[in-house]
Design a protein around this ligand. Structure first.
Ligand code: 9YT
Length: 141
């Protein structure tokens, strides 16, 4: 059994980007088949993302914002109790009116070193430093 507390995660499991901070509660090396993150989206920001290599489900537990599906232009309000699942690897823009606290699940699990590329995706990385197709990390765009 794995028991872990947000307050005890430490800097190695905290990833900061311009518009968000993600605390990685479970990662690939925990061997659960998914990763679980407690993510803070900063108030007043917008983030364009498209996880073409991953499925992501996001459950809002605090704050107010919206998600726009870029394929259709639909905009959905987000607040405490809202879940969205990017089951079509949907390209989207996340807007935080106030600070948002989101519980995020990624499948396959993130290993922890991923950063968004220009299209807003994470690469598919494996724990040994290669991407999922076997190329060394950094060898693919
Ligand atoms: C909601 C979302 O996708 N935010 C970007 C960060 C991501 N959730 C992560 O790496 O935790």
């Amino acid at each position: 059994m794995i028991v872990r507390r947000l307050a005890e995660l430490g800097p190695a499991r905290e990833v900061k980007a311009e518009t968000w901070t993600s605390r990685r509660l479970l990662l690939a090396d925990d061997r659960m088949g998914f990763s679980l993150h407690d993510t803070i989206i900063h108030a007043g920001t917008e983030t364009r993302m498209c996880y073409r290599n991953h499925l992501e489900a996001v459950y809002c537990v605090a704050g107010r914002g919206s998600i726009e599906a870029l394929a259709t232009g639909e905009v959905f309000e987000i607040s405490d109790g809202t879940v969205y699942a990017l089951d079509q690897h949907d390209e989207h823009v996340l807007r935080a009116e106030t600070e948002l606290r989101l519980v995020c699940v990624f499948r396959p699990a993130l290993v922890g070193r991923e950063v968004h590329d220009a299209s807003g995706a994470y690469p598919l990385l494996t724990e040994d430093g290669a991407d999922a197709a076997g190329a060394p990390e950094g060898a693919r765009p």
